[in-house]
Design a protein around this ligand. Structure first.
Ligand SMILES: [Zn+2]
Length: 108
């Protein structure tokens, strides 16, 4: 989506969006231990940019964000990871939401 009134070409806009998302996610990672709410805020901003500009979250981050509370999921720290019935269950320790992904059975 082009921001209304904007004359910036869409390609450039999305490139800037990708840069901002990457930057915000790195900030979120850095603030996770000491300022968890600030970290959540960075994640929510990154997600909003991603949705508005139709830029996908970078692959390595997609599974590291809680869809409910915007917490950055770090296994053993902010999330619990378990394998069950050929599924990877990632439980957010912030809100308890379980994210399920296929695992095994020819899909990783
Ligand atoms: Zn959560």
């Amino acid at each position: 989506m082009t921001i209304p009134g904007s004359t910036i070409p869409k390609g450039l806009q999305r490139r800037i969006a990708r840069e901002r998302i990457a930057h915000l996610l790195h900030l979120a990672e850095r603030e996770l231990d000491d300022h968890r709410d600030r970290s959540r805020r960075y994640v929510s901003l990154a997600r909003r940019i991603s949705m508005r500009c139709k830029v996908r979250m970078p692959g390595e981050w997609r599974r590291r964000i809680c869809k409910r509370c915007n917490l950055l999921l770090v296994p053993g720290k902010t999330s619990t990871v378990r394998i069950r019935d050929s599924r990877l269950n990632v439980t957010c320790r912030g809100c308890g939401r379980v994210h399920r992904y296929p695992y095994g059975r020819d899909v990783t």
